[in-house]
Design a protein around this ligand. Structure first.
Ligand code: A3P
Length: 285
């Protein structure tokens, strides 16, 4: 469905459901992770859960991250979100203007993670092949035109464009208590990124605890971890023979897949538009 400028690729949500989220009551202790899909959501979800749950950090609890850091707009496991104990952790792919009003009044905290849009698009391309709810996209050119033009059915985009999602959250940053991170900086120095998150959230971890978070949040370890690798998703949602959530986890995979012409077309459409945003690092490699 398309609702208020945002495309939702699943029947799990209704227009009324989306509208009702605006009234969802926010507590000061709430933490929201906001991303455009394929930007490192699962990764950051896991980091947040490792920071907050000592049992998880020590490997003594078996709760999957979807239940530790539930999805605000698709309540996949039917949790009673309003009555979870504090501090509550959530993630969302919504554009800034559809999230609970309380968040926009600087209650709670938001962590926004952005990623190089070429890598986002390539990741989405593979993702669409195994996520049943998403239309399989025949080739990269088709996806690229949709991704860039804002006219396509690329899930969760604000007016269907990645740029509007990132720009929307950034230009309205004053409305939120928000920290911006990039996939690239997390990849480059995970420990610093985790520390940044801890400082923002006012969580103090010992060196040992920090080591444990960083260790468990590496791509290889997450892929092995049944609580974190999203293999718990049912066969009704994903066709497991066609891919996986934790695919490659690298920076610059687009270079292996996009042609020079495609990359130039991308630069032309986005680079100028991104000039006023502080995400130059997204284009560095
Ligand atoms: P690739 O498809 O490029 O491998 P999201 O969680 O927002 O859907 O993003 C998925 C992307 O994040 C995938 O990218 C996935 O591999 C990557 N990812 C997940 N966990 C990661 C980790 N611990 N380190 C690096 N990348 C990770």
């Amino acid at each position: 469905i398309k609702h208020r400028g945002c495309y939702f690729a699943t029947k799990l949500i209704t227009p009324e459901g989306i509208d009702s989220l605006e009234e969802f009551e926010i507590r000061d202790s709430d933490v929201f992770l906001a991303t455009y899909p394929k930007s490192g959501t699962v990764w950051t979800q896991n980091i947040l859960s490792l920071i907050f749950y000592e049992g998880h950090r020590n490997g003594t609890e078996d709760i999957v991250i979807m239940d530790r850091v539930p999805w605000l707009e698709y309540n996949v496991n039917n949790l009673d979100l309003a009555n979870l104990s504090s501090p509550r952790l959530f993630f969302t792919h919504l554009p800034y203007y559809l999230v609970p009003r309380g968040l926009r009044n600087r209650r709670g905290k938001v962590i926004y993670v952005a990623r190089n849009p070429k890598d986002v698009m390539v990741s989405y391309f593979y993702f669409s092949k195994f996520m049943i709810a998403l239309e399989t996209i025949p080739d990269l050119n088709t996806l690229m035109e949709r991704f860039l033009s804002g006219k396509g059915k690329v899930s969760f985009s604000d007016k269907s464009s990645w740029l509007d999602h990132v720009r929307g959250w950034y230009t309205h940053r004053e409305d939120f208590n928000i920290l911006f991170l990039t996939f690239e900086e997390m990849k480059k120095d995970l420990r610093s990124a985790v520390l940044k998150i801890c400082n923002f959230l006012g969580k103090r971890l010992s060196e040992k605890e920090l080591d444990s978070v960083v260790e468990q949040a590496t791509f290889e370890n997450m892929k092995r971890d049944p609580r974190a690798n999203y293999e718990f998703l049912p066969d009704t949602l994903v066709e497991k023979s066609k891919g996986q959530f934790l695919r490659k986890g690298t920076v610059g995979d687009w270079k292996k897949i996009m042609t020079v012409a495609q990359s130039e077309r991308f630069d032309m459409a986005l680079k100028e538009e991104m000039k006023d945003l502080p995400f130059n690092c997204l284009w560095d490699r």
